[in-house]
Design a protein around this ligand. Structure first.
Ligand code: GTP
Ligand code: MG
Length: 148
């Protein structure tokens, strides 16, 4: 089954919305297979956001994501990579539709509450960066029969 890496950023942890964000994915019908509260070391942040190394905001981005704890998660489900991105909303909260996480909870692009993998390749890479294999739990829910 498809998996994606989602992370409540430091602004989301500080603003006490971990639960609300988790609830959205639970209610949608996705399946949580790994989660942890963690402080990201600078080297991991630089690797995670490596594709943005040349961008003018890279320093700011790494500084922000390492500024406080994040809530890192792996979610599983049909089309979860794309659908989670739709549930997150546009990168810049000013363009994010109401009803999306960024549209409902965030104001500026630098503090946009949540990260989500943008492709199957990114998901695999990011899950590997943040989680050891034994930290991911495989289990069945009878509810799955009512979702798929
Ligand atoms: P992520 O899920 O966090 O990767 O966001 P995204 O895939 O929607 O956007 P992208 O990968 O292009 O950018 C990564 C992150 O960099 C964004 O989520 C923003 O928080 C941040 N970012 C993007 N553009 C800017 C900018 O112009 N200024 C600042 N300060 N941050 C930016
Ligand atoms: Mg991205």
């Amino acid at each position: 089954m498809e998996k994606t890496f989602l992370m409540v950023k430091p602004d989301g942890v500080q603003r006490n919305v971990i639960g609300e964000i988790v609830a959205r994915f639970e209610k949608k019908g996705y399946h949580l297979v790994g989660a942890k509260l963690m402080q990201i070391p600078t080297e991991l942040a630089e690797e995670h956001y490596g594709e943005h190394k040349e961008r003018p905001f890279f320093g700011e981005l790494v500084e922000f994501i390492t500024s406080g704890p994040v809530f890192a998660m792996v979610w599983e489900g049909e089309n979860v990579i794309l659908t989670a991105r739709q549930m997150m909303g546009a990168t810049n909260p000013k363009d994010a539709a109401s009803g999306t996480i960024r549209g409902d909870f965030a104001v500026t692009v630098g503090k946009n509450m949540i990260h989500g993998s943008d492709s199957a390749e990114s998901a695999e890479r990011e899950i590997g960066l943040f989680f050891k294999e034994e930290e991911l739990v495989s289990y069945e829910k009878t509810m799955n029969n009512w979702v798929n």
